[in-house]
Write a protein that binds this ligand. Structure first.
Ligand code: NAD
Ligand code: ZN
Length: 234
């Protein structure tokens, strides 16, 4: 590991599972009891804005009841102490990485505690309920929506992610099913540019065969152990 300098870490819903936030594909393939296509597409938002806004209002409110777990804390420690480049790319819309103290962090699928104006595009920190047709503080239009990247929409900061992957010496994927693209393809991009690859997940993911090394178990145990290997100490 002597020549290890640049790290890219992708996290998914699995890293927040032990904090008490349900993963995407729970029992029956539902997210908190809803079909993904009913709450996570532009069509759903157009068809039934009240349902979609209420769904994310509940997810946002639930953030008050959860705390970062040992895996978030370990990554925050790595972020603080790693001397080389590091980028944590999260697919999660919760705020547990930043509450643990991570700063070199990017939310590629948006954030629950943010509102997006469909008219002017501004993103505004939002911690309360967000009823449909809330007024945009920037342009005044009644066009605020949850700042969540729906299926069919372009994730945030793809150029920055691609650039980091091209420079990465090690790409690590934690708690993601490898089912949602483009994130599921990052391992192939990283390998293409010569990075080593490591997966940590509760069970083998759809993309497990792409990783050189796979560690199976709960993130709260695997991630602190791995960070300890990199930094030394506990
Ligand atoms: P996913 O639900 O499809 O997959 C989660 C993966 O984590 C599974 O492979 C599962 O085996 C694994 N896992 C479960 N518990 C774990 C644990 N304790 N330790 C390690 N791994 C564990 O989630 P995804 O791949 O992130 O894709 C889902 C999409 O859903 C994302 O785009 C995300 O925006 C959204 N989502 C976010 C949250 C959140 O912000 N916490 C929650 C649900 C869904
Ligand atoms: Zn606006």
């Amino acid at each position: 590991m002597a020549d290890l300098q640049n790290l890219v870490i992708l996290t998914g819903a699995g890293i927040s599972a032990e904090s008490g936030i349900a993963t995407f594909r729970g029992p029956g393939g539902l997210w908190e009891g809803h079909r993904v296509e009913d709450v996570c597409t532009p069509e759903a938002l157009a068809r039934d804005p009240a349902l979609v806004h209420r769904f994310y209002d509940l997810r946002r409110a639930a953030l008050d009841m959860v705390e970062p777990n040992a895996a978030h804390h370990a990554l925050a420690r790595l972020d603080a102490e790693w001397p080389g480049d590091l980028l944590i790319v999260t697919q999660n819309v919760d705020d547990l990485h930043e509450r643990a103290g991570a700063t070199r962090l990017l939310h590629m699928h948006g954030e629950l505690r943010s509102a997006l104006c469909a008219a002017c595009g501004i993103r505004e920190r939002w911690t309360e309920a967000l009823p449909p047709e809330s007024e945009c503080p920037n342009c005044g239009m009644l066009a605020l929506r949850p700042d969540i990247v729906f299926f069919g929409e372009m994730p945030y900061q793809m150029e920055r992610i691609e650039a980091a992957l091209a420079e990465a010496d090690l790409f690590v994927s934690i708690g993601t099913s490898g089912a949602v693209y483009p994130a599921a393809g990052f391992v192939q991009t990283a390998r293409h540019y010569g990075a080593a690859t490591l997966e940590m997940n509760l069970d083998p993911s759809g993309g497990s065969h792409w990783f050189e090394e796979s560690r199976m178990g709960p993130a709260s145990a695997l991630v602190p152990a791995w960070v300890g290997e990199l930094l030394g100490g506990g």
